[in-house]
Design a protein. Structure first.
Length: 255
């Protein structure tokens, strides 16, 4: 292996002056720990190197959370063997003395030594940041779920309302057909009744089209706007409801 020597500026710093946890270990399957600074001991809740060795079995692999171990071995050993000239970026969870888990991120370098390659690791505790990211992710998921639930509720309400609204033109069609039959010998009245049947049929067809296109409603940026003649709309409503009112003996007028 062609190990890269740690840059001189970093090598000249005392370990406890480095910004974060710092660890030196064997760069092999044993991962024997050689040294660690006070910040790494603090992160792992150890007072001394002896406590750290006991906690980890004196191996870097004993620090890493079991579910992250295979990926860490790949990153620190196998990938670096193929790209020895590059620094190694790592992100993994570690086990603390009290059993809690922290998320660490950092960078490593392969360093030559007489006894074989060493791994220098500079690590930072990013648990707080990761927890905030997870919390934000959960919040976004919850908002997306709420929007999806609202969309489903809106569609269900729409279908329920429009199925009820369809009865109005249907009843109008039946009513005007009945009137047309009664006026079979009065062509002028019968024609007027049939025109109302045609108008009601168009309205019913528009409602059916809306049902068939319901999926497009969830993608609409805003409700569609169409011109509306209020007096004409009231006349159409009156024309639809008048036959039903007559059948039931109800005096129905519009002022």
């Amino acid at each position: 292996m062609n190990e890269q020597v740690l840059p001189g500026a970093a090598a000249g710093l005392a370990m406890d002056d480095l910004p974060g946890g710092f660890l030196i270990c064997r760069m092999d399957r044993s991962g024997v720990i050689i040294r660690a600074n006070q910040e790494l001991l603090r992160i792992l809740q150890c007072e001394t190197m002896e406590e750290l060795r006991t906690l980890t079995g004196n191996s870097i692999w004993g620090i890493i959370y079991p579910e992250d171990l295979a990926e860490a071995e790949h990153v620190l050993l196998e990938r670096d063997a193929r790209q020895p000239e590059q620094a190694i970026d790592i992100s993994c969870r570690v086990c603390r003395r009290d059993g809690s888990v922290r998320q660490l991120e950092g960078r490593g370098w392969a360093v030559r030594s007489e006894d074989g390659p060493l791994l220098y690791l500079l690590l930072s505790d990013v648990t707080g940041r990761r927890e905030r990211q997870l919390a934000e992710h959960r919040r976004l998921l919850a908002e997306a779920q709420a929007r999806a639930d609202a969309a489903v509720a809106a569609k269900n309400t729409f279908l329920s309302n429009i199925s009820h609204d369809m009865r109005t033109p249907l009843n109008a069609i039946f009513g005007f057909i009945t009137l047309a039959k009664r006026n079979i010998h009065n062509p002028e009245e019968a024609l007027e009744n049939l025109e109302q049947v045609e108008t009601s049929s168009r309205l019913l067809l528009e409602m059916i089209d809306e049902v068939l296109q319901i999926s497009s409603l969830s993608h609409a940026a805003r409700p569609a706007e169409v011109p509306c003649d209020l007096p004409e709309a009231l006349d159409e409503v009156f024309a639809f409801l008048e036959p039903q009112a007559q059948e039931k003996g109800i005096d129905f007028t519009v002022h």
